[in-house]
Design a protein around this ligand. Structure first.
Ligand code: NAD
Length: 501
């Protein structure tokens, strides 16, 4: 049984302000954050005003138009990013504790995320110093080169499920390429972004290169997406908000990347070891309490092993230790907020009303040991129909639906049968079949006999309504650059297009 935790007040009981032009700025209103582990107030955080957002955008504009950052050599920017990565590693324990307190995730997961964020900065620090561009063989006496240049001011709006990591996926390539940034963390989980600003100050990042504004989507996020002074917006969040951002970005046709939601399938063929498949299924859906864009939230299992799969998965799901993120034996934490918990519970209710069979879980864990924390037990629905809302819509919590199939074609059709296309996996010992099926999936991130492994070196993003563009890898750096062709005439003569009179 979980113990209710009390937040170590000394860690969070301090001022948390916006960071603009290299300085922490007071003012604006305040927002109370709650500890998801016990539902009690955690701390107060500044809420940026309209003026703060304008100042942050202006500071980033000035830093780009006049400042040293875009003009520095790639190796100078690279050196800064390597130092930043080392500082994240040095502060990893504190950052992870903050993220665990703020978002509820188990400390071991938060620590893993901090290492990943540091590595992301290191990856782009290295990549940006490697040769890029092209030299094109055009008719003499001209020479043509193709160069990449920073885009300008980049607005970044991120969610609460991986607060620092999602910021790193954007800041690292943007900074490496020479852009300046206005970052808005989620209103639920701003603490590690503010700590990152302290590290920027310590490392003397030139003022205005990264600005951090705090608060809700409509008042603080949307003005960034709408601003005529912002050249690019990079967003990670829900499809619904992604569509709002895309239309706001039309103001000046800013470059836009969108990393949106998913309802990702995991197909299990009967020839695969069932215990290993179930182990991956638990990892696919219950990691970070299912609040993962690429979560395996739809199991698609061959009919002959369907009953056995459900039995084994239900037995294992019941054993998962749910509790506060800072307890050593916790395997799954609470959901991030009361609002998110209520949304998940509402979907569980919808599933029951739609006629799906609740195999296990489906309830809020409360009271003894859980206090008023936002805990939902690991939940499995079987006997679902493809048209049900719990099969089609992203729940973003520890809820999985298990579907069955009899033919390979049916498995593919079920897998591709939603508006999303972020991730997907196939489990089979027949590698020819597994490859054929994985190739048929309409998804940007896929696995054969695995789930969730992801690398800074590989592109991340989705097909269909899961988004626009890619983060990470060389593709992620491209999204933060403009491409310019430079034509040089080495022996200029009169062009003679119009007759001289
Ligand atoms: P959300 O869309 O509600 O919010 C995301 C961010 O957008 C927050 O910072 C929020 O304040 C801001 N926002 C909200 N309304 C806005 C508006 N009108 N204008 C500008 N900004 C606005 O999403 P969430 O609940 O924070 O996160 C969960 C979602 O994120 C899920 O759908 C999940 O799949 C998705 N996600 C996707 C990826 C990916 O890489 N594809 C990664 C993580 C999360």
């Amino acid at each position: 049984m979980a113990q209710t935790i009390t937040a170590p007040k000394n860690k969070v009981d301090r001022q948390w302000h916006q960071f603009i032009g290299g300085q922490f700025k007071e003012g604006g209103s305040e927002r109370t954050l709650f500890n998801p582990a016990d539902g009690k107030p955690l701390c107060k955080v500044a809420e940026s005003s309209k003026q703060h957002v304008e100042q942050a955008i202006q500071a980033a504009r000035k830093a780009f138009d006049e400042g040293p950052w875009p003009k520095m050599s790639a190796s100078e920017r690279s050196a800064f990013l390597f130092k930043l990565a080392d500082k994240i590693d040095e502060n990893a324990q504190e950052l992870a504790e903050l993220e665990s307190l703020n978002g509820g995730k188990p400390l071991r997961e938060a620590l893993y995320d901090m290492g990943d964020a540091a590595q992301c900065f290191r990856y782009y620090a290295g990549l940006v110093t490697k040769p890029t561009g092209q030299s094109i063989d055009v008719p003499a006496p001209s020479v043509t080169t193709v160069v990449r240049e920073p885009i300008g001011v980049c607005g970044m709006i991120v969610p609460w499920n991986y607060p620092l990591l999602m910021a790193a996926w954007k800041l690292a390539p943007a900074l490496a390429a020479g852009n300046t940034c206005v970052l808005k963390p989620s209103e639920y989980t701003p603490l590690t972004a503010i700590k990152l600003a302290e590290i920027f100050q310590e490392l003397e990042l030139p003022p205005g290169v990264v600005n951090i504004v705090l608060g809700g989507g409509q008042n603080v996020g949307q003005p960034i997406a709408e601003s005529m002074l912002v050249d690019k917006v990079a967003f990670t969040g829900s499809v619904k908000t992604g569509k709002i951002i895309a239309s706001a970005a039309l103001s000046n046709l800013k470059k836009t990347t969108l990393e949106l939601g998913g309802k990702s399938p995991m197909i299990v063929f009967a020839d695969f070891d069932l215990d290993i498949a179930v182990d991956y299924a638990l990892f696919a859906i219950y990691c970070n309490a299912g609040q993962v864009c690429s979560a395996g939230s739809r199991m698609i299992v061959e009919q002959s092993v369907y009953p056995a799969f459900i039995k084994k998965m239900s037995a294992r799901a019941k054993q998962i230790k749910v509790g506060a993120g800072n307890l050593a034996d916790t395997e799954m934490g609470p959901l991030v907020s009361e609002q998110q918990m209520n949304r998940v519970l509402e979907y569980i209710d919808i599933g029951k009303k739609e006629g799906a069979k609740l195999e296990v879980g489906g309830e809020r864990l409360r009271g003894d040991g859980y206090g008023d924390g936002y805990y939902v037990s690991p939940t499995i629905f079987s006997n679902v129909k493809p048209t049900m809302r719990i099969v089609q819509e992203e729940i973003f919590g520890p809820v999985v639906v298990v579907q069955s199939f009899t033919t390979e074609q049916e498995a593919i059709e079920l897998a591709n049968g939603t508006v999303f296309g972020l991730a997907g996996a196939v489990f089979s010992n027949d590698i020819t079949r597994a490859y054929r099926v994985v190739k048929a999936l309409k998804a940007g991130i896929t696995w054969v006999n695995g789930y969730h492994s992801t690398y800074n070196e590989c592109p991340w993003g989705g097909y269909k309504q899961s988004g626009w563009g890619r983060e990470l890898g060389t593709f992620g750096l491209d999204e933060y650059t403009e491409i310019k062709q430079v034509n040089i005439n080495l022996a200029p003569e009169a062009v003679g297009w119009f007759e001289k009179r």
